[in-house]
Design a protein around this ligand. Structure first.
Ligand code: ZN
Length: 383
């Protein structure tokens, strides 16, 4: 190749390569616990490495952040780990010890960009990278980082008023929800059935009455879970109906104003449940859907009731009083409990003093009139 042509070709190639990164590098989306982290200055890919602004990242994770103007260094503190980075230097300080970062943090547009994967490793956070959507999914490995995952906490996704208004979009994945409890109840994206969680396994009772396995990637618009550890238990040796069970549990509790997780295992002569059919957008209000709810009557089943006794003040947030779901021992029938008669079994209750609530971030949630009294509607949809 003549030298002139080679230089020209090289020049063209260089200009192409120079042009490609800016045009082709897709913006990186970062999720913390399934929630998108909002950045004013978007994270970027450089040499196959994601660089992300430290401040929004730290805020999303609930870290304390401190900027030392004099030293020109940023310090983030999270769950017993203190990281100090100095823009321009690859040397970072972790709990007083110096370590090397793969690249030096840099200030761009007023933000300190740090190598994402290296920083995540320092805070014991795992990173799942999705090439197709150019997204980084960050999940905490340390329990100290999972807010509301305490064993004595009821962890709730969204609020009942939002569900009553027809907000059935999935908010939290079941893989994520599992970190906050092994026992609970709720529903699915699009209101596609009743959810019951027992011993860390989720079950979906659809409108056809059948029970389906739940993939970790499926999402819930409304659920409450906790780690079940019985504080009190009582045997049931005589015929007991729903009303009588409520009276029995009422007699076991000593604080009406905290939450109780409830689990009842035993032999049921009769169980009446319901489920709800999956909905398409625009979603109708819950009271519209439950007008045509399929109900199921089961006879002579071994099984488990699980759910919550919530204090009166949760009105609007959850269901005040008893809200239980049923799953039979064969795990092929169940649903939202309407009525039952049991002959023998055992009731266990778990007194829970902490309540953690995740609110939807979408705009529709912001438009719901929360001053409205929905107690009657709540009564209608639960019965
Ligand atoms: Zn229910």
């Amino acid at each position: 190749m003549p030298k002139k042509l080679m230089v020209a070709t090289l020049a063209i190639l260089i200009s192409i390569f120079m042009a490609i990164p800016a045009a082709a590098a897709p913006p990186v989306t970062v999720y913390w616990n399934d929630r998108e982290v909002h950045f004013d200055a978007a994270p970027v890919m450089e040499d196959g490495r994601c660089l992300a602004p430290l401040r929004p990242l730290a805020e999303a994770m609930g870290a304390e952040l401190f900027w030392d103007q004099q030293a020109g260094a940023a310090t983030a503190h999270l769950a017993g780990v203190t990281l100090t980075v100095t823009p321009g230097s690859p040397i970072a300080v972790v709990n007083g010890r110096e370590i090397s970062l793969p690249v030096a943090p840099a200030v761009r547009g007023g933000e300190v960009f740090i190598p994402l994967r290296a920083a995540a490793g320092i805070f014991n956070i795992s990173v799942d990278w999705d090439e197709t959507s150019s997204s980084a999914f960050l999940y905490p490995n340390s329990n100290d980082l999972i807010h509301g995952s305490d064993r004595e906490t009821v962890h709730q996704i969204s609020i009942l008023s939002a569900l009553l208004e027809g907000q059935y979009d999935g908010l939290t994945s079941f893989a994520e929800l599992k970190k906050y409890g092994d026992t609970g109840i709720g529903t699915f994206e699009g209101l596609d059935g009743e959810m019951i969680e027992l011993d860390g396994e989720f079950y979906q009772v659809k409108a056809d009455g059948a029970v389906y396995p739940v993939a970790g990637t499926m999402k819930t618009p409304f659920a409450s879970v906790t780690f079940f550890q019985a504080d009190k238990a009582q045997a049931i040796n005589e015929e007991t109906n729903f009303q009588q069970l409520q009276e029995l549990i009422d007699s076991m509790i000593d604080n009406e104003n905290i939450f109780y997780a409830v689990k009842v295992t035993g032999n049921f002569n009769y169980v009446k449940t319901r489920s709800v059919p999956g909905q398409q957008k625009p979603y109708p209000p819950l009271a519209e859907v439950t007008k045509n709810q399929p109900t199921f009557e089961l006879n002579n089943e071994e099984g488990t009731l699980a759910g919550f006794l919530c204090p009166a003040y949760v009105e609007g947030l959850n269901v005040p009083g008893y809200h239980l779901h049923f799953l039979n021992a064969a795990k092929n029938a169940g649903g939202h409990l309407l009525d039952f008669i049991m002959t023998s079994g055992r009731v266990e209750i778990d007194a829970t003093h902490n309540f953690y609530m995740r609110l939807p971030e979408n705009g529709d949630f912001g438009k719901i009139d929360m001053t409205e009294d929905r107690s009657q509607e709540t009564n209608i949809v639960e019965k």
